[in-house]
Write a protein that binds this ligand. Structure first.
Ligand SMILES: Nc1ncnc2c1ncn2[C@@H]1O[C@H](COP(=O)(O)OP(=O)(O)OP(=O)(O)O)[C@@H](O)[C@H]1O
Ligand SMILES: [Mg+2]
Length: 332
């Protein structure tokens, strides 16, 4: 059998004149946690839905563990567990009943089914909610139940479409634990999509950055950070009206400034500390009030900024799906 859990070749999906996925080549190795990272409308769900065989590619090929999803969808799909972007637990059933129904759909025999349910509830940290109705669960609990459910038929690969979007940080961390657990203890390969840079950075072995249907970067978090090739990033925030002047100060000290709302950033290079001193001097002379000044190791956020000239939305807080490019700046 193949070393690749998923192999994607020249994948294209057009909706009428619009190209949602534009020639993606990608392999997901067995045993890894792979994160497909991209903003709203990048083509993440479209790609996932093609891997699942739910929508047909316009062209290109997808192999699941060596099996062509289009030629043998049944056999390919049997190997996959799925957590969709919309939560689909049955609210009027208990946690246990939700898992039971799913197990029966997969014809898991009765004695095993009970064991699998116990195991799934434990994994999802929902043992004490076994008999509670799923409709009463928080968003995070529903997500955990769904993730556990996707493992009931013991797949080797699970696909999760934005498993943590809209959850608060505690609930996100619980999902991360759950995914790490599944990956390490059950040896399940994970392909997930996310809009959270921080999540991809912390959780994933490899990351593919997707934008406008194209894979624009691929590598480990460390490799992607190296891509921007500098030791540190300088960031200054100030009143919005002062930002053009702050940007000028950056230019004056020889830094290539990027402006995002009330923030100016630049790659600091090897003498970033010295540059900060110079910046503070310049900006103080302009009598501008700095809100915050910081220097940090490059994150995937910086990689994304460097690659696309725009920033992914903030990693915290609510957002709405489907509104294409709502948080993108200065590009669309
Ligand atoms: N059935 C469809 N018909 C027409 N256009 C579609 C269809 N499905 C998706 N699209 C478009 O294709 C693009 C990619 O959509 P997709 O849902 O794959 O993005 P995404 O990366 O999953 O975004 P999000 O983070 O919002 O879930 C979007 O511009 C979307 O409007
Ligand atoms: Mg999506």
């Amino acid at each position: 059998m193949s070393d690749n859990a998923v192999l994607i070749q020249d994948l294209v999906k057009k909706f009428g004149d619009f190209t949602a996925v534009n020639g993606i080549n990608l392999n997901i190795k067995k045993g890894e946690i792979f994160g497909l990272l991209g903003p709203n409308g990048a083509g993440k769900s479209t790609t996932i839905n093609m891997i699942l065989g739910l929508i047909a590619p316009t062209s290109g090929k997808i192999l699941i563990n060596g099996t062509d999803i289009q030629k043998d969808p049944r056999s390919a799909r049997k190997q996959i567990g799925i957590v969709t972007q919309e939560t689909v637990v049955e609210p009027e059933l208990t946690a246990e009943q939700n898992l039971m129904i799913f197990g029966k759909l997969y014809h898991i025999p009765e004695p095993e089914l009970q064991k699998d349910i116990d195991f799934a509830l434990k994994l999802a940290d929902l043992e004490s909610f076994r008999h509670s109705y799923a409709g009463t669960f928080s968003g995070g609990m529903k997500r955990r139940l769904e993730t556990a459910k996707s493992l009931m038929h013991a797949p080797e690969l699970i696909l999760l479409d934005e498993p943590t979007t809209g959850l608060d940080i505690q609930n996100r961390a619980k999902i991360w634990d759950l995914l790490r657990n599944i990956n390490q203890k059950q040896n399940v390969t994970i392909l997930m999509t996310t809009q959270y840079l921080e999540e991809a950075d912390q959780l994933c072995d490899r990351i593919g950055i997707i934008d406008h249907g194209k894979l624009i970067a691929l590598g480990t978090p460390a490799e992607l950070r190296q891509k921007i090739g500098v030791s540190s990033v300088i960031e200054i925030t100030a009143e919005r009206e002062d930002i053009p002047k702050v940007a000028k100060a950056f230019e004056k000290v020889g830094l290539d400034a990027k402006v995002l709302n009330n923030k100016v950033t630049a790659l600091g290079g090897s003498n970033a500390t010295k540059k900060i001193e110079m910046l503070v001097k310049e900006i103080t002379a302009m009598k501008i009030q700095i809100h915050n000044i910081s220097m940090h190791e490059p994150t995937i956020d910086d990689v994304f900024l460097k690659l696309t000239g725009s920033e992914l939305r903030d990693t915290e807080g609510a957002y709405s799906t489907g509104a294409k490019g709502t948080f993108m700046m200065g590009r669309r």
